[in-house]
Design a protein around this ligand. Structure first.
Ligand code: SIN
Length: 348
C-alpha cells in the first residue's frame, strides 16, 4: 500500500483502490484519436498525484493498486480480491470511506456485487464506498477521469447529513447507488449513470441527494464473498430469432450451474431455446429470465410460466447483474443448506 498523504487523524482517510479502466487509459494519438486507447495503463498513485492540490487538507489519501486492467477482463477472483479489500477497509477505523476506480464496461456488475456482499455493512458503519471511472483516457484533452475521481473522493469524505453510508457511484457530475449503474451508451460521458425512473440519480451539488432514495431502503443481510475459485459457473444466453438449443445442451454437458436468459422484450424466450432450458432446469441447472432491452423489469410468469418451468424472473436486474446475483445466491444456498437459491435470489 503506497501512502500518498497521511497528515491528519486516522478517521479522515480515504482509501482509493485502483482497478484500471479508461480512467487509467492512454491513447497513442490523444488529439486525433482519443477513443483509440489502452485501458489500465496509469497507476492510481499517479492519478491521485495530479489532483492532490485540489484535495481539502483534512482528507488524507491512501492508495492501493489491486489491478490495472480493461474491465472487460474482470474475473471472479478479482471480484473476490476487491470485495475483501473493501470489507477490510470498511472494518478499519482508519478509513472514513473508500473510492474505487474501475473500467465502466463492467462497473455495473462490480457495483451490484459490492452492494450484495457489503452494502449492509457499509450502511451500518455509516461509510461510503464510491465507484468511479471515465469514458475518455487519461491523456485526452477533455479527459473526464480526474474530475470524476475528485468528485468521488469528495462524496466518500463528505458528511452523512443527507444520505447514509452505502455503495455509490459517481461520474459525470452525477451520483447513484452502485446497484443502479447501467452502462447503456458506448461513448456518452455519463454512460454508466443514466437518468431513468428506475435508477435514482442525483447531481453533485448541495441538494442532489433528494434523488437518491434507494440508499434509504433497508438492505437485506450481506451475502458471503466467494473464495476466488469457488464461484459457481453461470452463463448468459441471449434469446433471438433463429435461436438454437444446442448451446444449452453443450453447457449442461460441461457442468454449468446456472443460466441467465437475456430474453426479448418483457423476457420472452424463443421456443426452441425455451424447450432446452426447461430441460436444463429439470437437470438441476438454475435458470433466471431477464430482458435484453436494457431497462424495465421482467415479471414473474409474464410472458413465460416461470413456476411451471422452475425458472425465476430477474425482476429489474439486467442480464449481467442477474448473473452475479445468481452466482452469489447459488453459493449462499450451498453454504446455508437451509434455504434454496430461489428464496435467496428473491431477496436480492
Ligand atoms: C474498461 O471498462 O476498462 C474500458 C472502458 C471504460 O473504462 O470506459
Amino acid at each position: 500500500m503506497s501512502q500518498i498523504q497521511n497528515h491528519l487523524e486516522s478517521s479522515s482517510h480515504i482509501l482509493v483502490l485502483g482497478m484500471g479502466g479508461t480512467i487509467a487509459g492512454l491513447a497513442s494519438n490523444p488529439d486525433s484519436k482519443p477513443l483509440q486507447y489502452d485501458a489500465g495503463q496509469v497507476e492510481i498513485s499517479t492519478l491521485l498525484a495530479q489532483i492532490q492540490s485540489a484535495i481539502p487538507g483534512e482528507i488524507g489519501l491512501v492508495s492501493e493498486q489491486l489491478a490495472n486492467i480493461n474491465s472487460c477482463n474482470m474475473s471472479e477472483p478479482l471480484l473476490t480480491l476487491l470485495g475483501r479489500a473493501v470489507k477490510d477497509a470498511l472494518d478499519n477505523s482508519r478509513f472514513k470511506g473508500i473510492v474505487i476506480t474501475h473500467g465502466t464496461d463492467t462497473i455495473e456488475e462490480t457495483g451490484l456485487f459490492l452492494q450484495l456482499v457489503c452494502g449492509r455493512f457499509a450502511q451500518n458503519l455509516g461509510k461510503r464506498v464510491v465507484l468511479t471511472g471515465a469514458m475518455l483516457p487519461a491523456n485526452a484533452s477533455n479527459a473526464d477521469g480526474l474530475k470524476n475521481l475528485l468528485d468521488a473522493i469528495h462524496w466518500a469524505a463528505s458528511p452523512l447529513d443527507n444520505s447514509p453510508g452505502g455503495i455509490y457511484a459517481v461520474m459525470g457530475g452525477r451520483v447513484c447507488m452502485a446497484m443502479d449503474l447501467a452502462k447503456r451508451h458506448t461513448t456518452a460521458l455519463n454512460a454508466p449513470i443514466q437518468s431513468s425512473p428506475s435508477s435514482p440519480v442525483g447531481l453533485i451539488n448541495p441538494s442532489w441527494l433528494s434523488g437518491v432514495k434507494a440508499a434509504e431502503i433497508a438492505w437485506h443481510e450481506d451475502l458471503s464473498i466467494p473464495d476466488g475459485d469457488a464461484w459457481p459457473w453461470v452463463e448468459i444466453l441471449t434469446s433471438h430469432g433463429g435461436a438454437k438449443g444446442e448451446l444449452v445442451d453443450a453447457l449442461v454437458a460441461q457442468g454449468v450451474e446456472g443460466i441467465v436468459i437475456a430474453g426479448t422484450g418483457q423476457g420472452s424466450v424463443n421456443q426452441v431455446l425455451a424447450e432446452r432450458l426447461v430441460w436444463a432446469a429439470q437437470m438441476g441447472v438454475a435458470v433466471v429470465r431477464s430482458s435484453r432491452t436494457g431497462a424495465g423489469a421482467v415479471f414473474s410468469e409474464i410472458p413465460e410460466p416461470d413456476t411451471a418451468w422452475n425458472w425465476l424472473s430477474a425482476r429489474d436486474l439486467s442480464p449481467p447483474k442477474a448473473r452475479i446475483a445468481l452466482q452469489l445466491a447459488l453459493l449462499e444456498a450451498n453454504s446455508r443448506k437451509t434455504e434454496d437459491w430461489q428464496s435467496i435470489f428473491a431477496t436480492i
